[in-house]
Design a protein around this ligand. Structure first.
Ligand SMILES: O=P(O)(O)OP(=O)(O)OP(=O)(O)OC[C@H]1O[C@@H](n2cnc3c(O)ncnc32)[C@H](O)[C@@H]1O
Ligand SMILES: [Mg+2]
Length: 178
């Protein structure tokens, strides 16, 4: 049987975390693309502690995912916290999309205050995922609803939050790629 097969762009996703992988795959479901997910180093600390570090982690992951796979596009998504002028913490999340020409598109997502008990644990050097597991008495919260889900009674989940970033990245890419 012969058929016409359209050539699909391959998108590499720089993580194995299902909350992030599904955010990309489900958001771009109707686009002419294929997906591959790979562990990609963020090149920043496990728990980024500023907007800039979180943003850089997303860019590094996107570039590493592209380099590891030879895909057409690479997505990097990174979660972190950033300090306000008054010293309190906000959850922050960043995404980057890169292409084979070295172009980079960026977007950040929802910011929401981190409750003070969680902030204190973070300031002692613990990773947010670990703190949230202990706080909810569950394992793998960062792979599901995430801290943002816990702080919003699951009105905003980690996947949904990253989906918004993915839309902002892909939309920017579509209008500037040519
Ligand atoms: O496998 P990777 O992709 O690294 O997935 P991760 O869950 O470790 O995700 P990040 O490195 O991007 O996140 C940094 C830390 O923040 C935690 N985290 C959990 N939920 C989060 C949320 O809603 N926003 C930001 N960070 C979150 C996460 O578990 C990590 O400890
Ligand atoms: Mg991580």
């Amino acid at each position: 049987m012969s058929g016409t097969s359209s050539i699909k762009a391959v998108i590499a996703i720089g993580t194995k975390n299902p909350a992030k992988v599904h955010a990309v795959q489900d958001t771009l479901l109707s686009e002419p693309v294929e997906f591959v997910s790979v562990e990609a180093p963020s090149g920043v600390s496990c728990q980024p502690y500023s907007d800039e570090e979180t943003r850089q982690g997303a860019i590094n992951r996107a570039k590493a995912a592209l380099a590891e796979t030879g895909a057409d596009l690479g997505f990097g998504l990174e979660g972190g916290v950033s300090e306000t002028d008054s010293g309190s913490l906000l959850l922050c999340n960043w995404g980057a999309l890169v292409d084979t020409k070295g172009r980079v598109w960026e977007a950040s997502g929802l910011r929401i205050p981190v409750p003070s008990d969680v902030s204190i644990a973070l300031s002692r050097g613990q990773e947010l995922g670990t703190i949230m597991n202990a706080r909810t008495n569950e394992e793998g919260t960062s792979k599901r609803e995430g801290a943002v889900g816990s702080f919003t009674a699951n009105w905003v989940t980690r996947k949904e939050m990253f989906s918004h970033i993915v839309k902002a990245l892909y939309g920017q890419y579509l209008i500037t790629k040519d």
